[in-house]
Ligand binder design. Structure first.
Ligand code: ZN
Length: 473
């Protein structure tokens, strides 16, 4: 009898056999996985016999990566700001250009951009995404007839592509610390706390019906004054006291200086003193912390949301990963502005930034997990799952069957043992796609390296971007 064809998760029942699988405890051999009709793992057994009637995957199996920070619409803008303007270019001059771009977008364009982005994410090893969604209103700043119009476009993009979603509507009210009035470029983002709570109520059943998680993102301490932050968190708790809370914080030194001038405290210290920061929170970037902030923020149980390629692209600065790990801090990765959409590459750049700063090698590994790629992958999956508020914490019973099969025939991986194949995937695949297939909740979404919607979604994205560039030229 011919061996069963590898078709992980698709059409052959809810089971898969992997010769090598990266479990939370490390690499295991001959692992049999089973999941239920909802896509939850019910059985993860190492050292199993290979059953004849269950498909076997052709390459090493690793957990799907949660992407903990995304602004989908910015993907159409990636690569378009890499030229020197007048004076000193920085995050702030980039933001001015980004606002100009955001001012043009229609809901249909956002949906086309997000659909292609999520296809790319799935092909690049991300199986879920936290969408930090702040483009709420029409071009003139007025709410759409259905206030949830663009949020619903994002939900549809996630459903169509099959990526898991944590939707984080963003509260945005001010242009600077202490409640400074918003500027014209922010008109599509701004809303009252009361209208945000109404939006959450509106979105809750929509999210529930497709297995998405709904949380809240106070944009930053710049954009939300203390009273509004308090009120919004109380309102969120009344809706769901376990919902995730994400906030941009301490990404820029200018932000730290403005916060000191306003309150006498640095942003992370202020937040820890004035908000109930705990394991529900994701501190996005948290790039600029002092020693005490590293220690206190890690002890809070919050996840640090690291976005290495965006932080490099925007010249933000370097997170002190060693200080964070020494304090027991949890962390995950996000593709944020989507200058790069590749889970392995975020991990690589995170490690390389630390190597350059410390003049050492193999920073993220330790005695318990000496392989840098495995240590980075396992920690980022755990932290990403916590920030997502979803059961996507890797290959163990009770978690969703979200996984990636590496392409064992890729020249960078061929003939290597599983641990070396993952290392090559992260460090030495030269940006070529070394992923064979990807499953979300047990369903195959990427096969032979390609998402089923690849061609159509790419064409719609290119058309949307062309319209935008024509409109803004
Ligand atoms: Zn962001």
């Amino acid at each position: 009898m011919p061996p069963p064809q590898p078709s992980p998760g698709g059409g052959r029942g809810n089971a898969l056999f992997a010769c090598d699988a990266l479990l939370p405890s490390g690499w295991a051999r001959n692992v049999l996985l089973r999941w239920d009709g909802a896509g939850r793992l019910t059985h993860v057994q190492p050292e199993a016999e290979a059953p004849a009637d269950i498909p076997a995957c052709e390459g090493p199996l690793i957990p799907g990566m949660p992407n903990l920070h995304s602004h989908a619409f910015q993907h159409a803008f990636a690569g378009l700001t890499e030229f020197r303007g007048s004076g000193e270019d920085s995050f702030w001059s980039w933001r001015t250009l980004m606002y100009r771009f955001a001012a043009q977008l229609s809901p249909a364009q956002v949906e086309a951009i997000a659909t292609w982005l999520y296809v790319e994410m799935l092909e690049a090893g991300y199986t879920s995404v936290c969408e930090f969604h702040y483009l709420h209103h029409d071009r003139d700043g007025r709410p759409y007839a259905d206030d949830a119009e663009i949020a619903l476009a994002l939900l549809r993009a996630a459903e169509r592509t099959g990526i898991g979603l944590t939707l984080l509507p963003v509260l945005y009210q001010a242009s600077g610390f202490g409640g400074q009035p918003p500027n014209a470029g922010q008109r599509r983002f701004v809303r009252s706390t009361e209208s945000m709570l109404r939006l959450l109520e509106r979105l809750r059943p929509e999210c529930d019906s497709q297995g998405a998680c709904l949380g809240l993102a106070p944009h930053s301490l710049r954009a939300v004054a203390p009273d509004a932050l308090k009120e919004a968190l109380a309102g969120l708790d009344a809706i769901d006291a376990t919902a995730p809370i994400h906030i941009h914080i301490a990404e820029q030194t200018a932000e730290v200086e403005a916060c000191l001038a306003w309150s006498g405290q640095r942003p992370v210290a202020w937040l820890l003193d004035h908000a109930p920061v705990d394991a529900r929170w994701c501190l996005v970037h948290a790039t600029h912390m002092d020693a005490d902030e590293y220690r206190r923020a890690a002890a809070s149980g919050a996840v640090a949301g690291l976005c290495p390629t965006t932080e490099a692209n925007l010249g933000d600065g370097l997170f002190d990963f060693e200080a964070w790990r020494a304090a027991g801090g949890r962390w995950g990765v996000g593709s944020d502005s989507h200058i790069c959409v590749n889970a392995a590459e975020e991990l690589m750049l995170l490690e390389y930034g630390q190597r350059l700063a410390k003049r050492q090698r193999n920073i993220a590994a330790d005695a318990a997990q000496p392989s840098v790629a495995a240590a980075l992958t396992l920690a980022a999956v755990q932290g990403g799952a916590q920030a997502s508020g979803r059961a996507v914490a890797g290959l163990s019973v009770g978690q969703q069957a979200d996984f990636v099969v590496l392409d064992a025939s890729h020249p960078a991986l061929a003939g290597l043992c599983a641990a070396d194949a993952l290392s090559s995937h992260v460090f030495a695949s030269h940006r070529g796609n070394a992923i064979a297939s990807v499953c979300v909740a047990g369903q195959t979404r990427v096969k032979d390296g390609r998402h089923l919607l690849h061609q159509d979604a790419a064409a719609a994205f290119v058309a949307a971007r062309s319209q935008l560039l024509t409109a803004s030229s």
